[in-house]
Design a protein around this ligand. Structure first.
Ligand code: HEC
Ligand code: HEC
Ligand code: HEC
Ligand code: HEC
Ligand code: HEC
Ligand code: HEC
Ligand code: HEC
Ligand code: HEC
Ligand code: HEC
Length: 420
């Protein structure tokens, strides 16, 4: 079976490679029995490309062909008959026709069940509820419709790395319009979302670390119900992944006040597209986000400063103790496994403290930071003991070496005496 499949894919690769030789394509066309293919492949490069691209299209894989979407009669070579409205030919759909054009299959459970029962059939209905859909209904042809995000003739499964909606390609697909000043003119929207997003920790995680759990445009805006998350759902969007941060924030005194005033739960401090690596300077000092609303004298700002102090102290002890334990291990060759466990515990607590910031309760953060320091001090004490042990052994070793040397010297002297 596997051998057969490999043969088939090799043959397919060979076919693609010799596309311009056209022989394989003619055979493909004949195999498909489609006059649409056989005529269009000889209509010049642009049309031949459509047919080349279509070989990798999921619709081709599903056994569908040109007429499945465009209508018409693929059995006759006669151009007029083949593309006659009487044969159901619809030709090239316009933007406003598109959702129905695709929806004739994708909204039909009866049709889709035959091919892939697991595939949802709600794309068209959701699309009409999105900002794009509502604008399209008003006749705004500049917005995205099915064919702007899924490129016709090269449509692939979303998980396929070559798909225009694969997680690593979505941002570029949206940016095709959203970063184009000319295209977005009249919408009143900025054209910086892509540039900002590409600088964010999320894009860093997705593209540099290959973390496909990191969000791109459609994870926050939806695939088909694309809308800005809005004030109400914004914490939900971030919280769908950062659940613990959201839980802490919702339990804080500040959350209630924010809700009343309509502030964005997470984006107020972190932004939404250019979310950067957070750091302690956000809490107090010149760049503090707290200063946007609190004066330096306010309880809120003071709480932020206290949290920063607590975590900073922990960080300082952490680097000090880590350096010391490294030295005890490397220079003195002592076993420090137990100290490493305590250091790990301290590190973990310091990470927790950074998350705990979101409860905006300086007391709680202080407690966690001091539990981190306690664990680190334990490691330090262990290291000091190990260092003392090292010296004790050194002295012991020195003394025994001295003793042995004296005994040997004594014996040698004795031997010389005897020899004499
Ligand atoms: C004998 C040749 C021939 C056959 C058979 C044929 N076509 Fe065409 N088709 C053409 C030509 C030539 C054009 C360009 C016509 C024009 O621009 O006026 C065209 C145009 C099209 C267009 C673009 C229409 C538009 O509005 O821009 C589509 C879509 C299309 N064909 C699909 C099909 C399908 C589907 C079939 C099979 C059911 C098919 N064709 C069969 C020659 C053919
Ligand atoms: C999944 C549905 C689907 C299938 C299958 C499909 N097409 Fe299309 N085709 C479209 C859509 C949608 C457009 C409009 C693209 C646009 O607006 O950018 C289009 C546009 C076209 C055009 C007009 C291109 C232009 O730039 O004016 C031609 C010609 C065409 N298709 C031919 C074919 C041929 C030949 C096949 C079979 C090899 C085929 N199509 C298979 C959906 C499909
Ligand atoms: C704004 C861009 C955009 C528009 C417009 C759009 N899609 Fe999608 N579509 C996506 C993205 C992104 C995904 C899925 C990504 C994923 O699952 O990771 C997707 C997934 C799909 C899937 C796979 C199943 C699913 O629901 O996840 C189908 C089928 C589909 N789209 C059809 C359509 C149809 C039909 C239309 C028009 C009514 C349409 N799409 C309009 C972006 C879009
Ligand atoms: C003639 C029926 C039909 C039409 C019309 C049609 N599709 Fe499909 N589509 C299918 C079938 C069947 C599949 C394959 C399902 C499978 O095997 O997973 C599919 C698969 C897809 C997928 C991949 C889904 C996945 O598994 O990730 C996308 C995306 C898609 N179609 C988008 C479109 C778009 C956009 C249009 C309109 C331009 C369109 N389709 C028109 C029948 C159709
Ligand atoms: C074909 C071009 C095009 C593509 C592709 C496109 N959009 Fe849009 N989008 C627009 C236009 C134009 C508007 C503005 C409509 C208006 O005038 O209100 C818009 C509006 C929006 C809005 C509403 C913004 C607001 O507050 O009014 C969001 C959110 C959005 N798009 C997200 C996306 C996402 C996410 C993607 C990719 C998955 C995407 N768009 C792909 C053209 C596009
Ligand atoms: C981490 C979640 C997230 C990601 C990823 C994301 N957005 Fe947004 N986006 C938001 C939030 C939150 C808003 C603001 C909503 C509000 O103000 O009500 C927004 C607003 C928008 C708007 C409205 C205008 C504006 O700039 O405020 C557009 C258009 C938009 N996003 C497009 C995109 C595009 C395109 C991408 C991918 C390059 C993207 N977004 C990635 C969360 C996200
Ligand atoms: C789809 C899941 C998802 C969504 C939605 C999401 N994030 Fe993230 N976020 C991640 C992942 C994954 C990382 C990378 C973690 C890493 O690299 O360790 C991350 C990283 C971060 C970081 C940096 C954390 C660090 O320690 O470096 C911040 C801050 C952040 N996200 C805030 C937000 C905000 C604010 C929102 C909403 C506007 C949001 N995220 C939406 C998954 C998500
Ligand atoms: C009032 C400002 C503020 C708000 C609101 C806020 N954060 Fe933070 N966030 C911070 C600060 C300050 C840090 C930095 C702590 C550090 O790294 O030193 C941080 C760090 C983070 C981190 C990295 C540390 C960790 O927990 O892994 C993530 C992720 C994060 N925030 C997500 C969120 C999410 C999600 C929301 C919304 C529920 C949110 N933040 C709301 C100020 C805020
Ligand atoms: C967008 C405005 C805004 C930002 C930014 C902001 N706060 Fe607040 N904060 C408020 C409001 C409003 C209240 C509730 C009313 C009050 O106590 O003044 C509040 C209350 C608090 C409280 C409770 C005070 C009490 O009464 O016990 C603390 C603690 C707090 N904030 C800490 C912070 C810290 C730390 C930061 C920065 C990381 C920060 N806030 C950033 C608006 C903000």
């Amino acid at each position: 079976m596997r051998f057969l499949r490999r043969c088939r894919s090799m043959v397919r690769a060979l076919c693609l490679a010799s596309v311009l030789a056209a022989g394989c394509l003619v055979r493909a066309a004949l195999a498909a029995g489609s006059s649409c293919v056989s005529c269009h492949m000889n209509l010049g490069e642009a049309q031949a490309k459509i047919i080349r691209d279509f070989q990798g299209d999921i619709h081709h894989e599903a056994g569908l062909s040109c007429h499945s979407c465009h209508g018409g009669d693929p059995k006759t070579e006669d151009m007029a008959l083949s593309m006659s409205p009487d044969a159901g030919f619809v030709g090239k759909p316009g933007p406003t026709d598109m959702p129905r054009f695709c929806g004739k299959c994708h909204s039909s459970p009866a049709v889709m069940k035959k091919y892939n029962p697991a595939l949802p059939v709600d794309q068209e209905s959701k699309f009409w509820t999105s900002h794009h859909g509502m604008e399209l209904k008003k006749g705004n042809a500049k917005v995205a419709q099915c064919a702007s995000c899924h490129l016709p003739h090269s449509i692939r499964k979303a998980g396929d790395p070559l798909s225009s909606v694969h997680s690593k390609n979505v941002a570029a697909t949206c940016a095709h319009c959203h970063s184009d000043k000319e295209h977005m003119k009249g919408s009143g929207l900025p054209v910086n979302q892509f540039d900002k997003y590409m600088k964010s920790v999320h894009a860093g995680a997705l593209y540099k670390k290959g973390d496909i759990g990191a969000p791109t445009c459609n994870d926050c805006h939806g695939n088909h119900g694309a809308q800005p998350p809005g004030v109400e759902s914004i914490a939900m969007i971030c919280g769908s992944c950062h659940a613990h941060n959201m839980e802490l924030f919702n339990g804080s005194l500040m959350a209630k006040a924010w809700k009343k005033r309509g502030y964005h739960a997470c984006a107020t401090c972190h932004q939404h597209h250019d979310i950067l690596q957070p750091n302690l300077d956000m809490l107090s000092g010149k760049g503090s986000v707290c200063l946007e609303c609190h004066t330096p004298q306010h309880k809120g700002y003071q709480a932020g400063a206290a949290m920063k102090r607590g975590i900073e102290e922990g960080d300082a002890v952490y680097s000090e103790v880590t350096r010391f334990i490294d030295e005890v291990e490397q220079k003195k060759g002592m076993d420090v496994a137990e100290a490493r466990d305590d250091i790990q515990e301290g590190r973990q607590a310091l990470i927790q403290a950074r998350t705990a910031v979101h409860g905006f309760d300086a007391g709680k953060v202080g407690e966690i930071a001091s539990s981190a320091r306690n664990a680190l001090e334990k490691a330090r004490t262990f290291g000091q003991k190990a260092a003392r042990e090292f010296w004790r052994r050194r002295v012991g070793l020195g003394l025994s070496t001295l003793f042995i040397t004296l005994v040997v010297a004594g014996i040698l002297l004795k031997l010389r005496d005897i020899e004499k």
